[in-house]
Structure formats: structure tokens, C-alpha cells
Design a protein around this ligand. Structure first.
Ligand SMILES: Cc1cc2nc3c(=O)[nH]c(=O)nc-3n(C[C@H](O)[C@H](O)[C@H](O)COP(=O)(O)OP(=O)(O)OC[C@H]3O[C@@H](n4cnc5c(N)ncnc54)[C@H](O)[C@@H]3O)c2cc1C
Length: 494
């Protein structure tokens, strides 16, 4: 219960999903704690935000999340949202690649970095005969055995050749990470592919072994269904929440003490007091710089973007930590969501969406056929398109005037999808400096940061820069930060 005299006082700085997950974990595991949540925006959620407009469900940043790590689904369960978790429709699980101005099907079985089926690779119009031959050589090119990092581009070209990299891997990875492939760290982003190379000598061999294993499991399940323990519903790789992912934010907000939520305020200072407690200083966004407030806390969780965090820890004179955090580059991204009448779209939209190789010189990174993936997102007879742009490839899209960005991206989408009519509605969101770039050296940087933080048991950090940008990873980071301060702060007040 809040306001108990000896209750633990914990400050959470940043009200994105990382900070919210931390606050919710604290609420669940230490109900008596007084949690103060400070958020610069006038709403919670950070980049995560859903807008509902005339029956269209518009996700302004996060579109869906993966279920291969459990933290997203687990949070939904704890918030009572499980029955509204929906998976991508099985109608058409196809991805397109824009190539020479036309949408071509990604070879069936191509999984982010490697093919799993020979025939679709052999017949795809996306690769020349030489490109295909070079890709097939991956099967016999000896695998690296060490753990040394390399760029995503270096890895992909080394294994599968330039064509597969430029035409398949680069657009697929850019559509998620919006990053410069020459700088993006393999080990920080997709380390499982190096693991596959190490274990099987080849990605193709590894993929085929994984498939054989899955088939074996499926056969065993068929033979002995009674022995197959299934807990709860089975999910596809990606899921979302019906009614919008903002319901996660609302669910957490409803479980926190509203008096402890400070919106529209910036934390501007942090100071460690003798004895280990912390002074946190903040001011309202519209207040003069000298009109600040300060309060004392037993523990502090910083869950802002790393560039903001660098400024906060600098005020505590943690110079090395500030350098580590401040050195993480970020890019901005743009999401334009537009609705059309179905009959105005010439393309059959028989897939989940499309990604665009850099070689196309098109400002679109990815196009998502939003209501083909999740039919509840748009009324019958309409189409909801989500256009993703910006990133390391097109940084200017974040700074150009909004109307100009919309015009450019809608024209390009209309070319790809043969759209003839005007949009029924358009919603644009731009996220400047929101996407951390996990460049080469990132893992070492984070390892150093974690080491420095060991000296401060009641200070923890969370955020999308720590391990991975995805929602489940941010939730895990928030929960781990909360666990750390709970384990260490308790003795201070006892
Ligand atoms: C366009 C886009 C699409 C994405 N799509 C997906 C997707 O489909 N699936 C997926 O899993 N992930 C996706 N992501 C990634 C994921 O959304 C983010 O990594 C995650 O939401 C980040 O959460 P966070 O809490 O770490 O950071 P943020 O959401 O950035 O929150 C940090 C908060 O800290 C606040 N803050 C900063 N400084 C201060 C201060 N001094 N005082 C107080 N508050 C402060 C900020 O205002 C902000 O609200 C996407 C991201 C973007 C931008």
C-alpha cells in the first residue's frame, strides 16, 4: 500500500514500455513500495501508441511482437489481455520484395538470413543464375568457429554472396532494424546465425537440421498426442493485441498509483547521497529551467532512451557511464498509415507486406498490409497500409515537413501497389532518435556499462538499447532492472 511510513521509495524515469514494465514488476512484487514514474511526454507508452480512427486500428510504432521470447505474452497474461492476443492470419504468410519496381515473392522458406528450400531459390526471378550458384555454395563454404563479431553485411556476403545480401537479406533486416548494414553488429542483433554457422558449418545445413528436428517433433506429437503437454494457446511467431498495443500501457497505468505518475516532466538531475540514497531532480516541460523539484529515493530505475540517460547520469558525475550511453547512435523512423477502398488498390495484397532493397533507391523501407496481417484492424472493403521509412537509409524523412513526407511515401506506395484512389485517412508519426543502432562494439559497450553499474546496487537501467529493440526485450530489461533494485534496496530501509 502506498504512503506507508517506511515504504521503499523508488523512482522510475521514462514511461515507455521499459519503464512501465519495471514499475509494474515493482507493483506486483512489492505492493507497499511508493513508485514515482517520471515521463517527459504528456502520456505514457513512449513510442508505443495506438490510435483508433473511424474503425481503423493504427499502430503508430510497434506493429506486433515476437513470441519466441516469453516476456511480451507473459505481460499480456498478467494484465488479463490474453484472450485478446491475436496472431497473424494464416491466409497468406507471404512477403514481397520490391525489385526493379515490381513486387516479387520472397523465395518460400527464406528465413531472414538463409534459405530452407532449394526449389524456390532455384526459380526466383530475384537472383541471377550466378547469384543462385553463389548462394548454393554456402552449403560447402567452411564455417567460422570463433565468436568474433562482424557486420551484418560482412557475414551475409561471406556466407551467401552479394546478390542474396543486396536483394534478400539487406531489405529484410533493414525493414526491422532501419540500420546501416556495414555497421550493424551480427552478434548484437542476430547472434543465432553465428551459432548456426559454428554448430553446423553452414546456415543452410543448420536450417535443414532445425526443420528435420521440427518434423520429428511433429510426428512424435501426432503419434502420441496424449503425451504432448500444451500449456495454453499456441501462438505464431508474431502477435498483437486486439484493440491496440496501447492496451498494455493502459493496463499497467490502471494498476499503478496515479498520484505517483508525473507526466510532462523531465528528470534533469541525479545525485547519490551519502548512505546510498538518491536525489532526483525534475521540472515541468513548460517551467523555467530554475523551477525544479527534488525528492529523495531509496532506488532509481532509468528507462529513457540512452541519449537522455547519458545526460541524467552526467549530472551525477558518472562520466564514464555517460560516455558509454551517449556513444550509442540512434536513427529516426517514420510510419505513415493510410486507408484506401479495396477496389482502389490494384495489387491483390496476397501477403503480409513488402520490403525494399537499398538498391531500389526508394524511400520506403517496408510496407505492411496491416489488415491482411490482422483483419480486425480495418472495416470490410477497406485496406490499411503501413509505410515504414527513415532509418540510416533515409534520415531526411524524419526532418522534412510532415505533409511532404506523406506525399512522397504515398506516391511511392501507390506506384508499388497500383493504387488509383485517394486515401480515406492518413496518420503519420515520426520518431526522432528513437531507434538505437546496435553497431559493432555494442556488446562490449553494454558489458562495460553493466560492470560500472555493479558499483551502484540501487541504480538500474532499462531500455531498448540494452539487448534488443523489440517489445519483449524491453519488457525483460524493465523487469530485470526492477528485480535488481528490489533485491538491493530492501536492506536499506529495514
Ligand atoms: C517506428 C517503430 C516501429 C517499431 N516496431 C516494432 C515492432 O513491430 N515490434 C517490436 O517488438 N518493436 C518495435 N519497435 C521497437 C519498440 O517499439 C521500442 O524499442 C520500445 O517500444 C522502446 O521502449 P522504451 O521504453 O525502451 O523506450 P521509449 O518508448 O523511447 O520510452 C522512453 C521514454 O523516456 C522518456 N524520457 C526521455 N528522457 C526523459 C527524461 N529526462 N525525463 C523523463 N522522461 C524521459 C521519453 O519521453 C520516452 O517516453 C518499433 C520502434 C519504432 C520507433
Amino acid at each position: 500500500m502506498p504512503n506507508q511510513p517506511n515504504a521503499l521509495r523508488i523512482a522510475v524515469v521514462g514511461g515507455g514500455i521499459s519503464g512501465l514494465s519495471a514499475a509494474f514488476y515493482l507493483r506486483e512484487n512489492c505492493p507497499e513500495a511508493q513508485i514515482s514514474l517520471f515521463e517527459k511526454r504528456d502520456r505514457l507508452g513512449g513510442v508505443l501508441h495506438t490510435e483508433i480512427q473511424n474503425g481503423f486500428e493504427i499502430e503508430q510504432s510497434v506493429d506486433n511482437f515476437i513470441t519466441t521470447i516469453p516476456y511480451g505474452l507473459d505481460l499480456c497474461r498478467r494484465l488479463g489481455l490474453e484472450s485478446d492476443v491475436v496472431t497473424t492470419t494464416p491466409r497468406h504468410r507471404q512477403t514481397f520484395i520490391l525489385w526493379r519496381g515490381r513486387l516479387c515473392k520472397l523465395p518460400d522458406g527464406f528465413m531472414m538470413m538463409a534459405p530452407t528450400k532449394w526449389w524456390p531459390m532455384a526459380v526466383t526471378p530475384l537472383l541471377s543464375p550466378l547469384g543462385k550458384l553463389r548462394a548454393a555454395l554456402e552449403y560447402i563454404i567452411p564455417g567460422r568457429k570463433d565468436d568474433e563479431d562482424e557486420s551484418m553485411e560482412h557475414f551475409a556476403v561471406r556466407r551467401l554472396g552479394t546478390q542474396v545480401f543486396e536483394r534478400l537479406i539487406e531489405p529484410l533486416v533493414s525493414g526491422v532494424y532501419a540500420a546501416d548494414m556495414k555497421k550493424l553488429s551480427l552478434m548484437a542483433t542476430l547472434p543465432r546465425f553465428r551459432e548456426m554457422e559454428k554448430k553446423h558449418g553452414s546456415l543452410i545445413r543448420a536450417m535443414r537440421a532445425n526443420q528435420a528436428e521440427s518434423r520429428k517433433k511433429a510426428r512424435a506429437q501426432k503419434k502420441n498426442p496424449a503425451e504432448t503437454v500444451q500449456s495454453g494457446p499456441r501462438y505464431n511467431l508474431f502477435v498483437t493485441v486486439k484493440g491496440g498495443l496501447s492496451r498494455i500501457v493502459d493496463g499497467i497505468q490502471n494498476r499503478l498509483d496515479l498520484q505517483g505518475i508525473h507526466l510532462g516532466v523531465q528528470v534533469t538531475g541525479l545525485e547519490q547521497l551519502p548512505g546510498g540514497k538518491w536525489n532526483v531532480t525534475w521540472r515541468k516541460n513548460d517551467a523555467p529551467e530554475d523551477q525544479v523539484q527534488t525528492a529523495e529515493f531509496d532506488a532509481v530505475i532509468l528507462a529513457t532512451e540512452s541519449h537522455s540517460m547519458a545526460k541524467i547520469v552526467q549530472t551525477a558525475h558518472f562520466t564514464r557511464m555517460a560516455e558509454l550511453l551517449g556513444g550509442i547512435e540512434h536513427t529516426g523512423t517514420v510510419v505513415v498509415t493510410a486507408a484506401f477502398r479495396r477496389e482502389d488498390v490494384g495489387h491483390p495484397l496476397d501477403g503480409m507486406g513488402a520490403v525494399v532493397p537499398a538498391a531500389e533507391h526508394n524511400p520506403i523501407l517496408a510496407l505492411s498490409f496491416s489488415n491482411e496481417k490482422y483483419p480486425h484492424r480495418a472495416p470490410e472493403g477497406t485496406v490499411l497500409l503501413r509505410i515504414f521509412s527513415g532509418g540510416a537509409r533515409n534520415p531526411e524523412m524524419v526532418t522534412l515537413p510532415e505533409k511532404e513526407v506523406e506525399k512522397i511515401l504515398l506516391e511511392k506506395a501507390a506506384e508499388c501497389l497500383k493504387i488509383t484512389g485517394e486515401p480515406l485517412m492518413v496518420s503519420t508519426s515520426r520518431w526522432a532518435d528513437a531507434m538505437p543502432q546496435l553497431h559493432l562494439g555494442h556488446l562490449e559497450r553494454i558489458a562495460e556499462l553493466r560492470k560500472d553499474l555493479e558499483a551502484f546496487p540501487t541504480l538500474a537501467v532499462a531500455g531498448n538499447f540494452l539487448t534488443a529493440v523489440g517489445l519483449p526485450h524491453c519488457i525483460r530489461a524493465g523487469e530485470e532492472a526492477a528485480r535488481k533494485v528490489l533485491e538491493n534496496a530492501r536492506p536499506l530501509t529495514n
